[in-house]
Design a protein around this ligand. Structure first.
Ligand code: NAD
Length: 523
């Protein structure tokens, strides 16, 4: 077992499932409560982005295996939906406890994330923690799933609404948050009473596997959570399957819009969180040091591979002169393998991602941007094969440049300029994405104007990455989201439930009242 790229003996316990003890690199699927080897002939390598070591392999799950996962989820649904909500909640209580214990002991989850995804261990712990908060939220599902009741809507008639689980739901995950995003999905879905098919990213499936083991240890019955590995084909099978009622997707716009259209054509509900270009607006009255620290952290943290990374800075007026200091701050960051305790940022996910990022930097330069800091040729001693890109800053970027129009998804901060807050707001509003935007200012009036006029789903005021905690929802907008109901919070519960309204009449009806064919109205 080498899912973490380290010997199994470090972590094995008698309680662990048998698949952990095997020598094969291939990760099994989870179907009906059993870890099952796929019979697929093809696999995809899961690579450590700092070393290019093959950590594990995912199978391209066959159609039959996929169907048996859906069948397991479908078969389990009636008993699971009839399991008292208090029991379902208690499993989440236990799951949050097990995740915490996992973090406190070996932190297998964080180590798996760093090994497969590349981010620093500290950042990987944050990845787990932000997901853990959703599990904590799901512990209050009985309250969240409550319906409504109006008594006596007409004589002797009451109406009430019930939020019922949908059935089999599915989740399709991106590579950049291997723990948090699966945890945005299945804890809410299953605590509402649904059963679930999870398709982890083919680039870093390890955290999903560990979370599934913990969920089973917490008491989640066989068949409630199933995992199938694969790429496009399995995603298309999820979109097309008549037994799957809803799909949660997080990832790129290309995949997200494809899934949204294909699944909607089959009558499914879809929530699709997609790409971003998040702007940080800097007013000249902002606190200089705090703002520059925030810009550097939000631009380069996780090597810029966060959908809420602050990838574009708009300096207003005199704040443009802060660019020099911004470069100094960025230069001080340490690029290294995520396991190095001093690393500020690790590698990007793949060779292809690095090439794409470098091409966008080059295209910016060729179209007139000034390259103030160039991280393209960085070499990390001991990790010469790693996909590293150092912090990069492009200045004098304009809205027509490719590096502005495209999501770069790497450690690249692009700097633009505006003469006024109005001009900066217009720039942000013209951008097709609407995930997040932040303003840095000491002026309440400017902050209020920004909050009111900005067209972005998640707004930060002196907060660079304004991702709401799970009692709110993740509210990306414009091209960053497709669907009606966002992830987690109240909307998350609404997404995974069907509302049913019941109108009941209990009264002694007078005999001989006759028949009326007119549309009933309240009397
Ligand atoms: P991706 O779209 O390449 O992959 C996401 C999932 O979709 C994977 O499971 C993959 O197997 C599948 N997939 C990819 N292409 C497909 C296709 N053509 N047909 C069917 N399935 C396909 O995304 P990624 O590179 O893993 O993740 C990075 C992207 O995710 C960025 O654009 C980032 O902004 C976005 N993201 C958004 C949020 C958000 O909440 N808005 C959060 C995290 C990441």
């Amino acid at each position: 077992f080498r899912i973490l790229g380290i010997a199994s003996s470090h972590f094995s316990t008698a309680a662990e499932p048998s698949w952990r003890h095997r020598t094969s690199l291939r990760i099994p699927n989870l179907i009906g409560g059993s870890f099952v080897d796929s019979q697929a002939s093809e696999s995809v390598d899961v690579m450590n982005p700092a070393t290019q070591e093959v950590v594990s392999q995912i199978p391209l799950t066959t159609r039959e295996e996929f169907k048996s996962a859906v069948a397991a989820a479908k078969e389990t649904f009636p008993s699971w939906r009839n399991t008292p909500i208090t029991t379902r909640q208690r499993i989440m209580f236990k799951l949050q406890d097990l995740i915490r214990k996992n973090m406190a002991r070996f932190d297998k989850l964080a180590l798996s994330i760093t090994t497969e995804q590349g981010k620093t261990l500290k950042d990987a712990q944050g990845d787990v923690f932000r997901g853990l908060e959703v599990v904590e939220h799901a512990c209050g599902m009985a309250t969240l799933q409550m319906g409504e009741y109006v008594s006596n809507v007409s004589h002797g008639i009451d109406t009430y609404s019930i939020r019922e689980p949908l059935g089999v739901c599915a989740g399709i995950c991106p590579f950049n948050f291997p723990a948090m995003i699966p945890l945005w999905m299945f804890p809410v879905a299953v605590t509402c009473g649904n059963t679930f098919i999870l398709k982890p990213s083919e680039k870093d499936p390890g955290a999903s596997m560990i979370l599934a083991e913990l969920a089973m240890e917490a008491g989640l019955p066989d068949g409630v959570l199933n995992i199938v590995h694969g790429t496009h084909d399995i995603v298309n099978a999820i979109c097309d399957d008549d037994d799957i009622r809803a799909i949660s997707f997080v990832g790129s716009n290309t995949a997200g819009m494809h899934i949204y259209a294909r699944a909607a054509a089959k009558g499914k509900r879809v929530q699709s969180n997609m790409g971003a270009k998040n702007h940080g607006i800097v007013m000249p009255d902002a606190n200089v040091d705090a703002t520059l620290n925030a810009l550097v952290a939000a631009g380069f943290g996780a090597a810029g591979q966060r959908c809420m990374a602050l990838s574009t800075v708009v300096f207003i007026g005199d704040s443009k002169s802060w660019e020099e200091k911004l470069v100094e701050h960025a230069k001080s960051l340490k690029v290294n393998a995520g396991t190095d305790p001093d690393a500020d940022l690790g590698p990007v996910i793949s060779k292809q991602a690095k090439e794409r990022i470098c091409n966008l930097i080059q295209s910016g330069r060729e179209s007139g941007a000034r390259l103030l800091l160039d991280g393209r040729n960085i070499v990390v001693p001991g990790y010469e094969k790693g996909n590293f890109v150092g912090p990069t800053i492009l200045s004098d970027v304009t809205a027509d440049m490719e590096c502005y129009k495209e999501e770069i998804f790497g450690p690249v901060l692009i700097c633009m300029q505006a003469d006024s807050l109005d001009e900066a707001i217009n720039l942000v509003n013209r951008n097709k994405y609407g995930n997040g935007a932040a303003i840095f200012t000491t002026s309440g009036a400017a902050a209020r104007k920004f909050q009111t006029e900005i067209e972005a789903g998640q707004v930060g005021i002196n907060v660079p990455i304004p991702v709401p905690l799970p009692f709110f929802s993740f509210t990306g907008s414009k091209a960053s989201f497709a669907g009606d109901l966002n992830f987690y919070g109240k909307a998350g519960v609404q997404f995974y439930t069907q509302i049913k309204t019941v109108t009941q009449q209990w009264r002694d009806l007078p005999s001989g009242a006759g028949i009326s064919l007119a549309m009933p109205t309240s009397q």
